[in-house]
Design a binder for this molecule. Structure first.
Ligand code: NAD
Ligand code: IPM
Ligand code: MN
Length: 370
């Protein structure tokens, strides 16, 4: 059995509750001899700030660098609203993404058949939905310089964020999208705002040229980002792979989450470039949702996005597509049995806790693999 180093960062709010469920599954996979995990735990976000005064320590960054994969739950919360901007909880997550060069964020949105009525949209709009948002994760307005607030001295301040993209950044995320599309339904929708932004003009040019040169077999469409947001709630099943920048990808993936019923359903993978010699790549796996401070500590959180993120680690870091498929089927099976955490239950319906959902998914997985 191959053994991998998994660096686990539970973070804040519901983070520790949902991470415990993913760890249960990882521990069982190891004890059953399916895949070995050496698990180390670190601190990120507010949890790290409370101990180290920073959102992630250099020592934990080094452990993240050394791991085969990082699993992160969520960061942030009102407790840290007043801390300096540089050390706010979210800065820990952004440093991990930037320093590990995790430029490609894959955010799949699948509507499980049993949940077709949990979405705020009509069943026929979302039934059978299966799309993949490919979000550029280390560039754009998240990291562009200058990024500052200047005191103009007349009682006014000026806030500046800078949207920057270089050709190579657009090209490499475009490649990820086209390659994924070839293994799916062969369609890419690229999204920017070329009607307003220079970065949108370049994005469109680079994706168009890359497509013509290397991926003419894939169907490509261009959508203005505002219009794509509208299409996502109007007719989401028209999409297969959506490729977009850091900020638009952040917003559009929260929208896509609600098509599946709840933010608590969406996993993600953040991937770096493959090492040309070893084929290995840095990777971090995390739910799309945040730390849900409103329900933290109550056993109400849905652990499916977190468990799905472990599944994505098996798929994209450890080449265990079969086990990853079984995790997805275990999730689907539990939903088919009518088991629901509160976020996907619907008003007045019976619900189970975070740990009960984790246990049910593990039991389903054990019966398929045991
Ligand atoms: P959120 O995603 O934490 O919560 C939005 C809503 O969705 C809340 O009502 C919450 O209860 C619900 N929700 C989210 N995850 C759920 C789950 N697993 N099960 C059931 N319900 C769930 O977004 P927010 O409230 O805007 O942000 C809270 C904090 O999280 C902020 O500090 C934000 O910066 C941070 N955040 C972190 C990440 C991350 O760590 N990757 C992502 C998004 C937001
Ligand atoms: C996400 C989150 C993060 C982002 C925050 C917490 C920095 O919203 O992963 O979607 O904006 O990228
Ligand atoms: Mn987000």
């Amino acid at each position: 059995m191959t053994t991998y180093k998994l660096f686990v960062l539970p973070g804040d709010g519901i983070g520790p509750e949902i991470m415990a469920e993913a760890e249960k599954i990882a521990a069982w996979l190891t004890s059953a001899g399916i895949v070995g995990f050496e698990i180390e735990q670190g601190l990120v976000g507010g949890a790290a700030y409370d101990v180290h005064g920073t959102a992630i320590s250099d020592a934990d960054m080094a452990r993240a660098e050394a791991a085969d994969a990082v699993l992160l739950a969520a960061v942030g919360g009102p407790k840290w609203d007043g801390v300096p901007y540089e050390v706010r909880p979210e800065a820990g997550l952004l440093r991990l993404r930037k320093d590990l060069a995790l430029f490609a964020n894959l955010r799949p949105a699948i509507c499980y058949p049993a949940l077709a009525d949990a979405s705020s949209l009509k069943r026929e709009i979302i039934e059978g939905l299966d799309l993949m948002i490919v979000r550029e994760l280390t560039g754009g307005v998240y990291f562009g310089e200058p990024k500052q607030i200047i005191d103009l001295g007349n009682g006014q301040k000026r806030a500046i964020d800078t949207q920057v993209y270089d050709t190579y950044e657009i090209e490499r995320i475009g490649r990820v999208a086209f390659e994924l599309a070839r293994k799916r339904r062969n369609k890419v929708a690229s999204s920017e705002k070329r009607n307003v932004m220079k970065s949108g003009v370049l994005w469109n040019e680079v994706i168009t040229a890359l497509h013509a040169r290397d991926y003419p077999d894939v169907q490509l469409e261009h959508h203005l980002a505002d219009s794509l947001g509208m299409q996502l709630v109007r007719r989401p099943k028209q999409f297969d792979v959506i490729v977009t920048d850091n900020l638009f990808g952040d917003m559009l993936s929260d929208v896509a989450a609600m098509l599946t019923g709840s933010l608590g359903m969406l996993p993600s993978a953040s991937l770096g470039e493959r090492n040309a010699k070893t084929g290995a790549r840095k990777a971090l796996y995390e739910p799309v949702h945040g730390s849900a401070p409103d329900i933290a500590g109550k056993g109400l959180a849905n652990p499916i996005a977190m468990i799905g993120s472990l599944g994505m680690a098996l798929r994209y870091s450890f080449d265990l597509n079969d086990v990853a498929d079984r995790i997805d089927r275990a999730i689907s099976g539990v939903l088919d049995k009518g088991l629901r955490t509160a976020d996907i239950a619907g008003a007045g319906k019976e619900t189970i806790s975070t740990a009960q959902m984790g246990d049910a998914i593990l039991a389903e997985l054990q019966s398929s693999l045991g």
